[in-house]
Design a protein around this ligand. Structure first.
Ligand SMILES: [Zn+2]
Length: 233
């Protein structure tokens, strides 16, 4: 089976990256019904992990099932999870993957009685799993968030939860791989007056919020903030 057909490469990964990825996957005869198991490294939560070394110092890290989802169906909307119908975390069969919100996933887990497993980690009361923390830090690094509030609204957690991570008070085992001071700076990137005026003008001219988010590469929170905040004189 040719798994590197062009329409299965929505993010345009180079051929060598794809072949390197797919040789780590066991594709069964019944490739719709049965799981495609990831045979290489797993993270602490049991999801397959894959990194692309493009020669630059910063490697790109992916959870294998998210890599497959994006190859098949395109970019994942910010903050959405790729969930498994089969419940096998190292399965990357695209037929078994679907998009869900954190809330839906938690509900699904409650129904399947494995909520405590998702909360995982060493802290029994943690609301976000290790892989979600990893996601958050990686996404901050990739400029997907402009504020801590953005993260809170997506993951349904309080500000303190995120700030504790960013100040290295909790989840240090994961955050030690990141330069937290850089992440904090990225989150406090403020919109200046000039940009504020441009956004407001565009909004008044009929641009929708999603259009503005795309045009200015800002989060929904920041666009809303720009529209409703008075310009500082
Ligand atoms: Zn599966």
């Amino acid at each position: 089976m040719n798994t590197t057909l062009p329409h299965y490469n929505q993010l345009n990964f180079p051929d060598n990256v794809l072949s390197n990825f797919w040789k780590k996957v066991n594709i069964p005869k019944d490739y719709v019904k049965d799981c495609w198991l990831w045979t290489a490294a797993l993270n602490i939560d049991g999801y397959g992990v894959f990194s692309i070394n493009d020669g630059t110092p910063k490697r790109q890290h992916y959870r294998s099932h998210r890599f497959v989802y994006q190859s098949y169906f395109g970019k994942i909307t910010n903050g959405l999870l790729v969930c498994h119908t089969c419940d096998i975390r190292n399965c990357v069969n695209p037929h078994h993957l679907f998009l869900g919100t954190i809330q839906q996933n938690n509900l699904d887990c409650d129904n399947k009685n494995r909520r405590s497993h998702l909360s995982g980690d060493d802290l029994p009361n943690t609301i976000i799993s290790d892989s979600q923390v990893e996601d958050i830090l990686e996404d901050i690094l990739n400029n997907k968030y402009n504020s801590v509030q953005d993260i809170c609204s997506i993951y349904d957690v309080g500000l303190i939860t995120i700030w504790d991570i960013l100040y290295g008070k909790t989840r240090k085992d994961i955050s030690k791989f990141y330069d937290l001071s850089v992440l904090k700076i990225k989150l406090s990137a403020r919109i200046n007056n000039d940009e504020l005026i441009l956004i407001k003008n565009d909004f008044n001219a009929g641009f929708s919020i999603p259009q503005l988010m795309k045009k200015y590469n800002r989060s929904r929170y920041q666009i809303n903030y720009s529209i409703y905040k008075r310009t500082v004189k």
